[in-house]
Structures are given as structure tokens and as C-alpha cells.
Write a protein that binds this ligand. Sequence first.
Ligand SMILES: C[S@@+](CC[C@H](N)C(=O)[O-])C[C@H]1O[C@@H](n2cnc3c(N)ncnc32)[C@H](O)[C@@H]1O
Length: 231
Amino acid sequence: MYHDFADLYDRIYSDKDYEAESAQLAEIVTAHNPDATTLLDVACGTGGHLVHLQDRFECQGIDLSAEMIEVARAKLPDTTLHVGDMTEFDLGTRFDAVICMFSAVGHLKTVDRLDAAIARMAVHLAPRGILAVQPWIDPADWLVGNVHMDTYEDDEMKIARVSVAEPVDRGRVVMELLVGTKAGVTRLRDEHEMGWFTRAEYEAAFEKAGLAVRFEDMAPTTRGVYIGTAE
Ligand SMILES: C[S@@+](CC[C@H](N)C(=O)[O-])C[C@H]1O[C@@H](n2cnc3c(N)ncnc32)[C@H](O)[C@@H]1O
């Protein structure tokens, strides 16, 4: 998962407005605690948000994929980045803000693992800390057989990525990519066993971690975030 695609990831999501999302996140954090100075990005991927948040906060990031972290490190040479699993990490330090964006929690698949990850994030919150977690798709919007395509092109590379939503457990996404360069066309396949969760399941995970929870819209950029704050 992701390992083979880390160097393609930023191209596939080149239209995603990380800058605007990061500005919205910074606003949410600052509205909660104007003195917030530290931020942890959990499942930070290639560092799309950290690149924009590093000017405002002292940032760290963590991701399961060493390959994604390697891409992030090239963009963020001065930022501490860790390879680790969000369900069991312990960085031994606390942050004013912890974020987990772009549906990364969907990879957790089960409610038990969602609970474990939210609990680990909560443990890393400083007093007056704030947790922002962007959910994966709402089960009501999960359309079995839905076919989606992303494309990218520049002078050196063309990519077509087609995905199909399958009716396995809480959702499986099968993706195939065609990547064309002057060396030829490569075909890659990736299967993401995912987990959609209900609003009640997200809220319960925050509450079990001792956090008050609310949902905050982030239109027009993303599908919003669950916000957790210490009581
Ligand atoms: C869709 S990407 C989102 C990356 C980044 N947050 C962004 O906005 O571009 C999902 C990320 O979750 C990471 N991930 C999946 N399972 C994880 C886990 N158990 N612990 C930490 N990271 C995980 C993947 O390696 C991948 O980088």
C-alpha cells in the first residue's frame, strides 16, 4: 500500500489544494488556542500539509510508509519525521495540535483499530490541545461499483489511475495505474482494504479517548474534520 506509489503520489494529487486546507486547519487550531505552537501530522504521507503548516507551527509528522516519509523528507529537511503505525505510536512528547488528514483513518479498517489510533493521537495532545481527524467516506455515500479516474500529465510523464469500489466488508478499492515515461508504459495495481465508519463510531472513538467531539465543515476544500478537545 502506497510503497510503490510514493514517488507518484504528489503527481496524482497535484490538483489537491493543500495550501487552502492547511490555512483552514491553522485557523481552526488558532481559534481554539491562539498560543498553539506545536503540531503533529499523523499519516502525513508526503507532507502535503506540513509544507504549508511548518511556517506557522513547529511540526512533526509520522506515517506507516517509509517510502512516503522519504518523499516528505526531501521537501521538509528540517522537520522531524517518523515511520510508525498510528495505532501504537509513542513519540514521548505532546503537541498543541494533532491532525490526521485525507481519509488516512479509512486504512484502519476496523472499529477497534480506529479506537486505538484516536486514543494514541489523544495521548499526544498537550493541555488545551486539539485533534482534527478527517474521516473517510460516509457509508451512505459508498457506491459499490463506482468507477473513478485521476489523470496527470507533464512533459515527462503521463499517469492514468482508475479505481473501482468493491463490496468487501467496509469497502475495498482496487486501483490500476498506467504510467508512461520515455522508458515505456508501466502497469501497477494496488488494492486498498478500507474501512468506512459511521458518525457514531467516530464520535465514540473520540469520547473513549476522553475528548469532547464535534464535526467542523471545511467546505469548499474537503469533507470536513472531526474535532476533539480535552474536556
Ligand atoms: C491518502 S494518504 C494521506 C496522506 C496525507 N495525510 C495527505 O493528506 O496527503 C494515507 C496515508 O496514510 C498512511 N497510513 C495508512 N495506514 C497507516 C497507519 N496504520 N499508521 C500510519 N500511517 C498510515 C499511508 O501510508 C498514507 O501515507
